[in-house]
Design a protein around this ligand. Structure first.
Ligand SMILES: *Cc1c(COP(=O)(O)O)cnc(C)c1O
Length: 233
């Protein structure tokens, strides 16, 4: 049952919080529903999930109207500049800002709707070639460059850790992202706040929570394996 899986994930988050001496209220569970049908999202909703993560603009648009209005949508995937306008007033956070041009597009579209979009900066902590995101060294100059934008509010950092057999292997990645966020917070950059750390997925969210994650993005652990043979585009 989906509800059982969701509750197990919540329980594991609570245990990790316990281990780290943190309060479970500090951690938001994002139910990553990409490729999954709306019926499953509704099941998760009925079991208490309110924050959903998706990585494709079209999929957010399709699901948006079919789900209750108190759902919060988080855009966690790579976002193309020309698609920002379709989701700017539908998502409550964009986790994947990694270029000035994308930040500019968000600033422009958010200004049109008179909103301020909360965003996270995606950091490729492990330096994997296949992944999007800024390198650790690029983050500070990037933030200084976009700090004058008024319709975008930087809330923190996000990383996608490598796929590893043992989640302990990613502990160092999470520690590095945490350290980066502490270092940046100390700089007191205008319009930049470091309250959110989005890190940890099905394979490693407990370790991420132990290392300070305030948002974990769990898909498979709640909805089961994804079948890309029918959905990938
Ligand atoms: C798919 C995805 C997740 C969820 O991955 P699982 O391993 O299924 O938990 C988390 N974050 C991002 C950015 C994703 O694209």
């Amino acid at each position: 049952m989906l509800a059982d899986k969701l509750n197990l994930v919540k329980k594991n988050i609570e245990e990790a919080c316990d281990t780290a001496g943190r309060s479970p209220q500090e951690v938001t569970l994002i139910a990553v529903s990409k490729t999954k049908p709306v019926e499953m999202l509704k099941e998760a909703y009925d079991a208490g999930a309110r924050v959903f993560g998706e990585n494709k603009v079209q999929e957010i648009l399709d699901k948006y109207d079919q789900m209750p209005s108190d759902v919060q949508w988080h855009m966690i995937g790579h976002l193309q500049r020309n698609k920002v306008k379709y989701i700017i007033d539908k998502v409550s956070m964009v986790h994947s800002v990694d270029s000035v041009r994308l930040a500019e597009a968000i600033e422009k579209e958010a200004a049109k709707k008179d909103i301020c979009m909360p965003v996270l900066i995606e950091v490729n902590v492990a330096g994997e070639e296949s992944k999007f995101g800024l390198s650790v060294e690029e983050v500070l100059p990037f933030l200084e460059e976009i700090s004058s934008y008024e319709h975008l509010q930087v809330k923190g950092l996000m990383t996608i850790a490598p796929f590893v057999a043992n989640p302990e292997e990613n502990r160092e990645v999470f520690q590095k992202l945490k350290k980066l966020s502490v270092d940046i917070a100390a700089k007191n950059i205008n319009n930049v706040n470091m309250s959110v750390l989005s890190m940890g997925m099905t394979n490693d969210y407990q370790v991420a929570v132990e290392e300070g994650a305030t948002m974990v993005r769990v898909g498979t652990g709640i909805f089961g394996e994804r079948d890309y043979s029918i959905k990938e585009d």
